[in-house]
Design a protein around this ligand. Structure first.
Ligand code: AMP
Ligand code: TRP
Length: 325
């Protein structure tokens, strides 16, 4: 199967990104053709510091490789180095209805009270995401639950284009993991864990130090019940059990069962310890890779050249169908 996913290069990669998107993509890359995109054009829909952005692109590359992406097998590339993304993005904008774009809940969430001052790019970003996917005949897209609506738009645009201009695009499926598709904020478990949260207490970054991890997990908001149960009405607790499940592979019910005689404090201590042990080797690997930035840069360039070849084929087909070529 042909699979593509993208993650924005920011200086934080939290455990929601890691378990919701990155880890599932790595697993899929073992038996499928994966394209892994550093979504830098998406990142600039909100202001970025140029020096920091450059660092973040290299950090993202190192983090993907440390998680298990093999650049010899996977096309690991940088979105802005493949100009066909913006070309097809523009074309798809002309096929997208205002009403459709206005329904996107992520835009509403991200723009908040600031609707008049956010960039037009943030508003049209789902059409660029559709272009990312449709350029490569992608059949499936591993993402967290928050991207489901963008995938639906992508499918609608593929079908609309095929209907108007003749069969061109594969209509892609979202691949949303059963557990971990929506890791919740630690200090407000009614919201998802998010990079753009105003407080660092709400997430665990994969680069957090052991002390910080312990502090954040200990202060995670749960509830005042004493027993440990798997219950959708106890979202804070269920979130902690889910994270532990993602690390150990044990089922939520089994984990909860092992805390029959213990309480929330023990669960939090054990989770903090498990996270520290899990993230330690990953952090060491990332730091090691970041010592050789030239090598990382070379990997991105090779991957981007490969993506450019594939995308260039597809854009020619699209332009032909539309009468542009
Ligand atoms: P972003 O950081 O917005 O580029 O997101 C990268 C990937 O992580 C996307 O597939 C998201 O759906 C996924 N993701 C973001 N936040 C979470 C979360 N709290 N839980 C699970 N997956 C998430
Ligand atoms: N929009 C995604 C996010 O913010 C990132 C992304 C960009 C993406 N292009 C993509 C994900 C293509 C999957 C496929 O999380």
């Amino acid at each position: 199967m042909k699979i593509l996913t993208g993650i924005q290069p920011t200086n934080i990669l939290h455990i929601g990104n890691y378990f919701g998107a990155l880890k599932p993509a790595v697993k899929l890359s073992q038996e499928n053709d994966l394209l892994m995109m550093i979504a830098d054009y998406h990142a600039i829909t909100v202001p970025q510091d140029p020096k920091q952005l450059k660092e973040n692109i290299l950090f993202a590359t190192a983090a993907y490789i440390a998680t298990g992406i093999d650049p010899k097998k996977t096309v690991l590339f940088q979105q802005s180095q493949v100009p066909e993304h913006t070309e097809l993005g523009w074309i798809l904008q002309t096929l997208t209805y205002m009403g459709e774009a206005e329904r996107m809940t992520q835009f509403k969430d991200k723009s908040g009270d600031n609707q008049k001052r956010v960039s037009v790019g943030l508003f049209t970003y789902p059409t660029l995401m559709a272009a990312d996917i449709l350029l490569y005949n992608t059949e499936a897209v591993p993402v967290g639950a928050d991207q489901k609506q963008h995938l639906e738009l992508t499918r609608d645009l593929a079908e609309r284009f095929n209907h108007q201009f003749g069969k061109t695009f594969v209509v892609p499926e979202p691949l949303i993991p059963e557990h971990g598709a929506k890791i919740l904020s630690l200090n407000d478990p009614l919201k998802k864990m998010s990079k753009s949260s105003p407080t660092a207490k709400s997430y665990v970054s994969i680069m957090d130090t052991p002390d910080v991890i312990v502090k954040k997990i200990r202060s995670a908001v749960t509830d005042s019940e004493r027993t440990i149960t798997v219950d959708d009405n106890r979202p804070g607790l269920k979130n902690l059990l889910t994270i532990l499940h993602l690390i150990t592979g044990e089922s939520l019910v089994d984990i909860a069962g092992s805390y029959e005689d213990k309480g929330m404090k023990e669960l939090k201590d054990d989770l903090a310890e498990a996270l520290v042990l899990y993230l330690g080797p990953l952090q060491a690997e990332i730091r090691g890779l970041l010592e050789n930035k030239d090598e990382l840069q070379k990997i991105i360039e090779i991957g981007s050249r490969e993506a450019h070849k594939l995308a260039n084929n597809q854009i020619k087909i699209v332009k032909n169908k539309m009468g542009l070529l």
